[in-house]
Design a protein around this ligand. Structure first.
Ligand SMILES: Cc1cc2nc3c(=O)[nH]c(=O)nc-3n(C[C@H](O)[C@H](O)[C@H](O)COP(=O)(O)OP(=O)(O)OC[C@H]3O[C@@H](n4cnc5c(N)ncnc54)[C@H](O)[C@@H]3O)c2cc1C
Length: 458
C-alpha cells in the first residue's frame, strides 16, 4: 500500500483513528471462520462524510480495496480483507440517533450492538425482534449486511423485514439514501432490500432506520421430545398452522441433546427422546396461557416422550443457555467443525435430516444437526479431527453433498451466514451463468472499480 494513503487517512481522521502497526492490524484480520487475512490499515470513521472521503482516497490510490467490519463475528468470511487494503471499523459509530415513537422506527449508526439496541428499546416498551445467537456481540450494520436471523424468525421474520431506510456510501464515494419511514413505499426499485443481505459488497452503511414493535408482555416455553421423528414433525407443522403460531420453534437432534446434557447439569435438561423442540409463546398474559394450552394439546396428540412447560424466567434462561451451548459442546465429537446453515422448505426437513444421517454413515463422520424448525434453517455440523487429513477430505465431500441436496430440495445454500468466501464456489449449484452475471453487473453499478469487499460471493 502507498504510505501516502495512510498519511492522507491520518490527516483526515487524526492519528488516533488510523491503525497501521502489525500487532494492531492482527486484531482485524479474522472472523468466526478459521481463516485470516491481514489488512494494511484500519480506519475508524465517525460519519458518512468521512466514509465518503475514505472511499474517494482509496479510488485515488490505485483502487485500494475496502472492507467494512462490525464485530467480526461472521461465519462466511465477509469482514476478512481478502485482498489486503483498508478495513473500515464501525465500532465508533454506535449511537442511537432517533427513536420515532409516533411512527415506530428507530434510526441508529451501524456499529451499535444488537443487544444494546434491544435493551434500550425494551426499557421504553419496544421490541426489535431479529435475534441472531450472536446478538450480544454482533452489530446492526453486520446484521443488515448479512440479513441475520434467529429463533424469532418463525413469527417475526429476519433483519430485512425491519430495515426501512439506509444511508449508504457507494464504491464511488457517493452518499445515497434509500427507503422511508413508511410501511408502504413503491418508488422504483427497492434498493433498501437489495442492500439488506448484500454481504458488505455494494456499499457501506452509515445510518440504518429500523421498524420496531411494541414489546410482548409475557413469554412462556415448552420443551417436547419425540422418539418417532415423523410424529414430531407432524406436531410441529400443526403448531405452525395456528393463527397464534409460536414465537420460537427450535429443534435439536439426539446428538445435540446428548452433547448439551453432557456439559449442562440441570433437571430440566434431563430430556429423553431422539428429537427435541423448544417452543415459545409470547404476547399478553391471557394470550400466552391460551397458546401454551393449545400447543400442549397438539404436542400431546403426537405422543411425546418428554414434555415440560414453564413460564419462569429462570427456567427460560437455563433452556436458552443450553440451546446456546450446543455449538461449543460439539467439540467432544471433533476439534474441527464444518458448519453449514442450509435452509430447506419446512416440509422437506425430514428428508433432509434422513439424508444427513446417510451422509454421516457414508463418510463415517459425525454430522450433528440443530436449528430453527419454524423457518427450515438447519445448522449442519460436520465434525472432524484436525490432524486427520483423510477425514478432512471426506468432510469436504460431505459438505458438497449437503449443499447439493439442500438445493435439490428447493432450499438455500445459506439461511443466515451468507456466502462470503466460505460458499462462493458452491453458488453454481444453485445459479446458472446468466444469474451470476446479473449479480456481478449489479455490483458494478454500485462499485464500478470493485473496491468494496472484493472477492466475496463470486
Ligand atoms: C457464536 C455465533 C453465533 C452466531 N449466530 C448467528 C445466528 O444465529 N444467526 C445469524 O444470522 N448469524 C449468526 N452468526 C453470524 C454473525 O454473528 C452474523 O453474520 C452477524 O450479523 C455479523 O455481525 P458483525 O457485526 O460481527 O459483522 P462482521 O462479521 O464484522 O461483518 C459481516 C459482514 O457485514 C459487513 N458489514 C459490517 N458492517 C457494515 C456496514 N456498516 N456497512 C456495510 N457492510 C458492513 C462486513 O463487510 C461483512 O461482509 C453467529 C456468529 C457467531 C460467532
Amino acid at each position: 500500500m502507498d504510505k501516502k494513503l495512510i498519511s492522507e487517512f491520518e490527516s483526515l481522521l487524526g492519528k488516533d483513528r488510523v491503525l497501521s502497526e502489525t500487532e494492531e492490524l492482527l486484531c482485524y484480520s479474522y472472523d468466526a471462520t478459521s481463516k485470516d487475512f491481514m489488512p494494511e490499515v484500519v480506519v475508524f470513521p465517525l460519519n458518512a462524510e468521512e466514509i465518503s472521503k475514505i472511499v474517494k482516497l482509496c479510488l485515488k490510490y490505485n483502487n485500494t480495496p475496502i472492507v467494512g467490519r462490525g464485530s467480526g463475528s461472521g461465519f462466511s468470511g465477509g469482514s476478512l480483507p481478502l485482498k489486503g487494503g483498508v478495513v473500515v471499523s464501525f465500532t465508533k459509530m454506535n449511537r442511537i440517533l432517533e427513536l420515532d415513537e409516533e411512527n415506530m422506527f428507530v434510526t441508529v449508526e451501524p456499529g451499535i450492538i444488537n443487544a444494546d439496541l434491544k435493551s434500550y428499546l425494551s426499557e421504553k416498551g419496544y421490541f426489535y425482534p431479529p435475534d441472531p445467537a450472536s446478538y450480544e456481540f454482533s452489530t446492526i450494520g453486520g446484521n443488515v449486511a448479512e440479513c441475520s436471523g434467529g429463533p424469532s424468525a418463525v413469527k417475526y421474520g429476519v433483519t430485512k423485514d425491519y430495515v426501512a431506510a439506509l444511508e449508504v456510501i457507494t464504491g464511488e464515494g457517493e452518499i445515497m439514501h434509500t427507503g422511508s419511514k413508511t410501511v408502504k413505499n413503491v418508488s422504483g426499485y427497492n434498493l433498501t432490500q437489495l442492500f439488506a443481505g448484500s454481504e458488505g459488497t455494494l456499499g457501506l452503511f452509515s445510518k440504518i432506520t429500523l421498524k420496531i414493535l411494541s414489546k410482548p408482555k409475557e413469554k412462556s416455553l415448552i420443551l417436547a421430545s419425540y422418539d418417532d421423528i415423523n410424529k414430531g414433525f407432524k406436531a410441529a407443522i400443526s403448531l405452525l398452522k395456528l393463527r397464534n403460531r409460536p414465537s420460537m420453534l427450535e429443534f435439536m437432534d439426539k446428538f445435540s441433546i446428548e452433547s448439551v446434557k453432557s456439559i449442562f447439569k440441570s433437571d430440566i435438561i434431563k430430556i429423553t427422546g431422539k428429537f427435541l423442540f423448544i417452543i415459545e409463546a409470547d404476547g399478553y398474559k391471557e394470550e400466552v396461557e391460551k397458546s401454551i394450552g393449545e400447543y400442549k394439546k397438539i404436542l400431546e396428540e403426537f405422543s411425546p416422550v418428554f414434555l415440560f412447560a414453564s413460564e419462569k424466567s429462570e427456567d427460560k434462561k437455563v433452556i436458552m443457555d443450553a440451546r446456546k451451548a450446543i455449538s461449543p459442546s460439539l467439540r467432544k465429537y471433533g476439534d474441527l467443525k464444518i458448519n453449514n446453515d442450509i435452509a430447506v422448505p419446512i416440509n422437506k426437513i425430514p428428508e433432509m435430516l434422513a439424508f444427513l444421517e446417510e451422509t454421516s454413515k457414508k463418510y463415517g463422520i459425525p454430522v450433528i444437526n440443530f436449528g430453527h424448525f419454524g423457518d427450515g434453517n438447519i445448522h449442519v455440523n460436520i465434525m472432524l479431527d484436525k490432524s486427520n487429513a483423510e477425514m478432512s477430505e471426506k468432510g469436504g465431500k460431505a459438505k458438497y453433498d449437503v449443499l447439493k441436496k439442500a438445493v435439490e430440495l428447493g432450499g438455500s445454500l445459506s439461511g443466515e451466514h451468507g456466502i462470503g468466501l466460505e460458499k462462493k464456489e458452491f453458488m453454481k449449484l444453485k445459479y446458472d451463468a446468466y444469474y451470476m452475471n446479473l449479480l456481478k453487473n449489479i455490483k458494478k453499478v454500485f462499485d464500478p472499480q470493485n473496491i468494496i469487499n472484493p472477492g466475496k460471493i463470486f
